[in-house]
Ligand binder design. Structure first.
Ligand code: NAD
Ligand code: K
Ligand code: MN
Length: 362
């Protein structure tokens, strides 16, 4: 029997509601598994920690994560603390500190979900967006001088290194090669951003030679948004910069039905450090504390976490439980036009897992 060490970091807002739900699903799986169990350690980092200590997480916080097999994260963002402090003080600190350079975001229209595009069902929208997660527009380099004066100047420098671009493109090609359609779209803005983005296109062509089976094309990011809406079936795996993919993946999540469903993995493909899985949504101030948050984004993140651990069968069972729930409108949360709350959806997923486990054992 294996024991996986899992760190849970609920963070702020609805993170505190959906992460316990995700843990409940993992515990349900372990209860009927003779393969694995979980050893959870919960970290109370986030806005409340900031109010008490002046920082979002302790200075040696990363050390406490190093021996974990994976991290399940909620959201960083508090109504009373500026967003750049919560984001940089927690989520980006972990992603960059543990060099989780590949942010991977699967998007599909799940059964029973009414996606906003006409004639767009599960067969027409099945994407994986790979986001560069360690440099680019979110390098953190820049500054403000002469604050408040007419000559005030502010910069956020986008840093793209050959090594950084090459490793994310290689990961994207590898991922594309592992999917049935073996197709990759490399998204840049190489007409306007004539230095770093041109380098991206050049490196893409170089890395492509390592993957002769993958069909690939290039698209400018503005045109890519229109293609996502007008011709979703022409896309499969997509790779883009930190900023571009951040935006494109929220669009993708909305096109697939709701921000509340979409998962993401902040992954170190070399496995030097633990990877971190989280729903793509934030703290959702408008619904926090009300038990209304859709936990499906977290459950799908749990699927990704299990796949990362190599527990493919358990991952497939959770995905099946998710699809069982989405197929039933009575189990839809408000963001999907339904009435169900977080607890009801979580219980339905756990019940389904319990039933299917019994059926298998019988
Ligand atoms: P958000 O994702 O928190 O919310 C956007 C909208 O989607 C809201 O109307 C919200 O109610 C809805 N929504 C999101 N998740 C939902 C769910 N699971 N179920 C039902 N409805 C859901 O984005 P925002 O409002 O731009 O940001 C709020 C805070 O979260 C900010 O502080 C922001 O910085 C932070 N944030 C953090 C992360 C992260 O930690 N990875 C990501 C995005 C935003
Ligand atoms: K999140
Ligand atoms: Mn985002």
């Amino acid at each position: 029997m294996k024991t996986y060490a899992i760190a849970t970091i609920p963070g702020d807002g609805i993170g505190k509601e959906v992460i316990p739900a995700g843990q409940q699903v993992l515990e349900q799986l372990a209860a009927t598994s003779d393969r694995f169990r979980f050893d959870f350690e919960n970290f109370d980092w986030g806005g409340d920690y900031y109010r008490a200590h002046g920082v979002m997480m302790p200075a040696d916080g990363l050390d406490a994560l190093l021996d974990k097999d994976a991290i399940l994260f909620g959201s960083a963002g508090d109504p009373d603390i500026p967003d750049h402090i919560t984001l940089w003080g927690l989520r980006l600190k972990i992603c960059q500190g543990l060099d989780q350079y590949a942010n991977v975001r699967p998007t599909r229209v799940l059964p029973g979900i009414d996606a906003p595009l006409k004639r767009c069902g599960p067969k027409d929208l099945d994407w994986v967006i790979v986001r560069e997660n360690s440099e680019g527009e979110y390098s953190g380099v820049g500054g403000r001088v002469h604050q408040g004066h007419p000559i005030e100047t502010a910069t956020d420098v986008s840093i793209m290194t050959r090594a950084g671009v090459e490793r994310i493109l290689r990961h994207a090609f590898r991922l594309a090669a592992s999917r049935p359609r073996k197709q990759l779209t490399v998204i840049t803005k190489s007409n306007a951003q004539r230095h770093a983005m041109v380098m991206w296109d050049e490196i893409a062509a170089e890395v492509a030679r390592e993957f002769p089976d993958v069909r690939w094309d290039k698209e400018l990011v503005d045109a890519a948004t229109a293609r996502m809406v007008n011709r979703p079936a022409t896309l499969d795996t997509i790779v883009a910069t930190n900023l571009h993919a951040d935006i494109l993946s929220d669009l993708a999540a909305a096109l697939a039905g709701s921000l509340g469903i979409a998962p993401t993995g902040n992954i170190d493909p070399e496995r030097r450090y633990p990877s971190m899985f989280e729903p793509i949504h934030g703290s959702a101030f408008d619904i926090m504390g009300k038990g209304l948050a859709n936990p499906i984004g977290t459950f799908w993140s749990v699927v990704m976490l299990l796949e990362h651990l190599g527990e493919d069968e358990a991952a497939a069972r959770v995905m099946q439980a998710i699809e069982h729930v989405t197929a039933n409108p009575a189990l839809h949360t408000r963001d999907l036009g339904g009435q169900a709350g977080t607890a009801t959806v979580t219980q339905a997923v756990c019940d389904y897992l319990a039933q299917t486990a019994t059926r298998k054992a019988a």
